[in-house]
Design a protein around this ligand. Structure first.
Ligand SMILES: NC(=[NH2+])NCCC[C@H](N)C(=O)O
Ligand SMILES: [Mn+2]
Ligand SMILES: [Mn+2]
Length: 298
């Protein structure tokens, strides 16, 4: 069992609604440390990266809101994650909005040049500054990791691209913008929509997804956006979409990941305590972390 390093990234500049900056605190408050310690892990929490406050900055480009600040945070995150991997530890990153995947993946893929990525999300996060409907960079992080979008996002960590399309799967999307659909088709990315989950079940979806991310790869990253789950279970997210993955299906997905013993890094993002109901979403995040790290009932 690899020792785990928890890294908090209280960034909300990439999201349209405030509050995800409190995600790392909410997840810690929901007893993340205790959960992992009880499972027998050596856990180190290095606290939060320092992140600029929205009030200090102005939007310069409406199609790339807070670009410079988001790039700076992600460069720092990439370094921190890379050092964590060098120290032989598993990076567990707490968001923050989903733009932090740019930095996490930049840090991890440096050491795993053939990284598989599981993108668990109601969205594709495959927009660029040319296709974005909102200008919010959290909707561009998977595209940037694949080498598409603004060069400063694409070149985070000093190299690009981080991952190739054949090693990526998206699980749970139910809201994709026209530019995202186009990119998915062009690149041939494997996507398991809610339709697929309804039709063949999460067990088969995960079997197929695991094949994709382990085929010829040297590591697997889980990027889990809590809005992938149904808003009934995870109301504390900034961009909720009805008809999501259930609590049970998400646990099954995490348990199957744990059984496969392939994960080399993970991030849990978009927890927004301001919009939550009694820290419910953070509690679900911690429960899912437990399953992803091997928690079983019997
Ligand atoms: N990480 C997220 N919650 N992303 C939501 C993105 C929503 C929309 N597709 C956009 O680009 O603005
Ligand atoms: Mn999302
Ligand atoms: Mn997302």
């Amino acid at each position: 069992m690899k020792p785990i390093t928890v890294i908090g990234v209280p960034l909300d500049l990439g999201a349209g609604r405030r509050g995800v900056d409190m995600g790392p605190s909410a997840i810690r408050y929901a007893n993340l440390h205790e959960k992992l310690t009880k499972l027998g892990f050596d856990v180190e929490d290095i606290g939060n990266l320092s992140v600029p406050t929205l009030e200090t900055y102005k939007v310069i480009d409406p199609n790339l809101k807070y670009l410079d600040e988001i790039v700076a945070v992600n460069e720092k995150l990439a370094e921190t994650v890379s050092e964590t991997v060098e120290r032989g530890r598993f990076p567990l990153v707490l968001g923050g909005d989903h733009s932090i995947a740019i930095g996490t993946i930049a840090g991890v893929a440096k050491h795993h040049r053939k990284l598989g990525v599981i993108w668990f999300d109601a969205h594709g996060d495959l927009n660029t500054h040319e296709t974005t409907p909102s200008g919010n960079i959290h909707g561009m992080s998977l595209a940037a990791s694949l080498g598409y979008g603004h060069e400063e996002l694409v070149n985070c960590g000093g190299y690009a691209p981080k991952v190739s399309p054949e090693n990526v799967v998206i699980i749970g999307p139910r809201e994709l913008d026209p530019g995202e659909r186009k990119l998915i088709k062009e690149l041939g990315i494997r996507v398991f929509t809610m339709h697929d989950i309804d039709r063949i079940g999460m067990a088969r979806v995960m079997e197929e997804a695991l094949k994709v991310v382990t085929n010829g790869t040297d590591g697997v990253h889980l990027s889990l956006d809590l809005d992938g789950l149904d808003p009934k279970d995870c109301p504390g997210v900034g961009t909720p979409v009805v008809g999501g993955i259930t609590y049970r299906e998400s646990h099954l997905a995490m348990e199957m990941l744990a059984e496969a013993k392939v994960l080399t890094s993970a991030e849990f993002v978009e927890v927004n305590p301001i919009l939550d109901n009694g820290n419910k979403t953070a509690k679900v995040a911690v429960a899912l972390v437990g399953s992803a790290f091997g928690e079983i009932v019997l």
